[in-house]
Write a protein that binds this ligand. Structure first.
Ligand code: NAD
Length: 377
């Protein structure tokens, strides 16, 4: 089968997420990296593209040139990844979708709920794929938890408790570092800092595993480093459509915590826990029974967890291979197959609605606010 052509915007040299996309897209030999506008600095982007083996006529100075350059090619890119800072996602995604490209956009998908709703409508109208990189949902053992909920192994989910709290922006003397600063600058990050950066991953995962959607929430935000306009710590309580109760803590000043993403799901007949720093295991406790450690690669796991694990039992499979699972399912979707679980523009706009609800709630002393986008009310 011929490889699919892949292009990326952003993800330049030294960026945080660029390498994960490159490894993810290449891991299964499905995509060929053929085009890019990799850096805000045109020359740096073109030089890096050359280093990565992209032909010079497809190493573009910016995304507008890439759109024009690729639009009429017979071998144009089958998929465009948008890995730039948040304030550019909407414009780039919208323009590429409208020109008939499939897009994988980094989170948060847009800066406003209205922009998110527009992207959903454009994707529906054009029939093109718009995926959003909620890559943690593609870890094999996260899929196992989802299957356990779906098949009733923990009963109805009563409670989801999740943290995405790290300490990497906890040094006040580093607050002016340009790679840190944009995340707390409303002009580049939007209305929320840490909740929109990390909290939405945790909220997406709560919905993904519980098979339920967030309906309303109450939030408390804090900017613990006073020069920051946006929050670097948030506590969010939420309620889901089917009655699941959610508790979420997200922070970037929790010094000593490293990646710090974990989720616990408590059902009527059992509880489960997954931690991103030990992603190969799920702890499972049936009501009245002993705690068991379930391991990626065990023969008894669901088809879905087995499908997304390609390395033998006990060998670590980490973040780049979770991103690779998103690319595997995108390739299948581009080739016309249906893949359940691929995060889409619907997830992107639901996150934006939750972000705006949390900002409003935090301003109103934690008042409960409807967290659904108007198109899903
Ligand atoms: N899914 C995840 O787990 C995850 C993890 C980290 C970051 N992200 C998201 O990825 C995005 C990028 O974050 P990052 O941490 O890699 O940022 P970064 O600041 O480390 O890198 C951004 C890159 O984009 C380039 N860039 C900026 N504007 C551009 C433009 N207009 N055109 C082309 N290139 C441009 C920069 O030169 C740089 O190479 C953000 O939206 C962030 O929220 C997602």
């Amino acid at each position: 089968m011929a490889k699919l052509n892949w292009g990326m915007i952003g993800g330049g040299k030294g960026s945080q997420i660029g390498p994960a996309h490159r490894m993810g897209a290449h891991a299964d030999g499905i995509f060929s990296f053929t085009a890019g506008a990799l850096d805000i600095d045109a020359e740096a982007g073109r030089a890096y593209a050359a280093e990565l083996g992209i032909e010079s006529d497809r190493a573009y100075a910016n995304w507008q040139d890439m759109l024009e350059g690729e639009r009429n090619r017979e071998d144009r890119v089958d998929l465009v990844t948008v890995a730039t800072p948040n304030n550019t996602h909407f414009e780039i995604t919208k323009n590429f979708l409208e020109a008939g490209f499939n897009v994988l956009c980094e989170k948060p998908m847009t800066m406003t709920v209205e922009q998110g709703e527009e992207i959903v409508k454009i994707a529906e109208k054009t029939g093109k794929i718009c995926a959003v990189n909620y890559c943690y949902s593609a870890y094999p053992m996260v899929r196992e938890m989802r299957e356990m909920v779906r098949t009733g192994q923990v009963g109805k989910v009563r409670l989801v408790v999740t943290n995405f709290s790290h300490g990497h922006h906890g040094d006040a003397t580093d607050a002016d570092n340009p790679r840190v600063r944009w995340r707390y600058d409303p002009a580049m990050a939007g209305v929320s800092g840490q909740f929109a950066d990390c909290g939405i991953h945790a909220m997406h995962m709560a919905s993904f595993i519980a098979g339920d959607q967030v309906r309303s929430l109450s939030a408390d935000f804090a900017s613990t480093i006073s020069s920051r306009e946006l929050e670097d710590d948030a506590m969010v309580n939420f309620r889901m459509e089917n009655g699941t109760v959610g508790r979420l803590w997200t922070s970037s000043v929790a010094i000593g915590r490293q990646h710090g993403f974990d989720i616990q799901v408590f059902g009527e007949t059992g509880g489960m826990r997954w931690m991103s720093e030990q992603p190969n295991q799920v702890m499972y406790t049936p009501v009245g029974g002993r705690t068991q450690i379930m391991e990626k690669g065990e023969g008894s796991l669901s088809d879905e967890a087995s499908r997304l694990s390609r390395v033998a039992i006990a060998h670590p499979e980490g973040f780049p291979l979770a991103v690779a699972n998103i690319y595997v399912d995108l390739a299948a979707a581009i080739r016309g197959e249906t893949r359940d679980g691929l995060p889409t523009a619907e997830d992107g706009v639901r996150s934006m609605a939750a972000v705006y609800a949390a900002v409003q709630s935090a301003k109103d002393d934690g008042a409960w606010v409807d967290a659904r986008p108007s198109i899903y009310r």
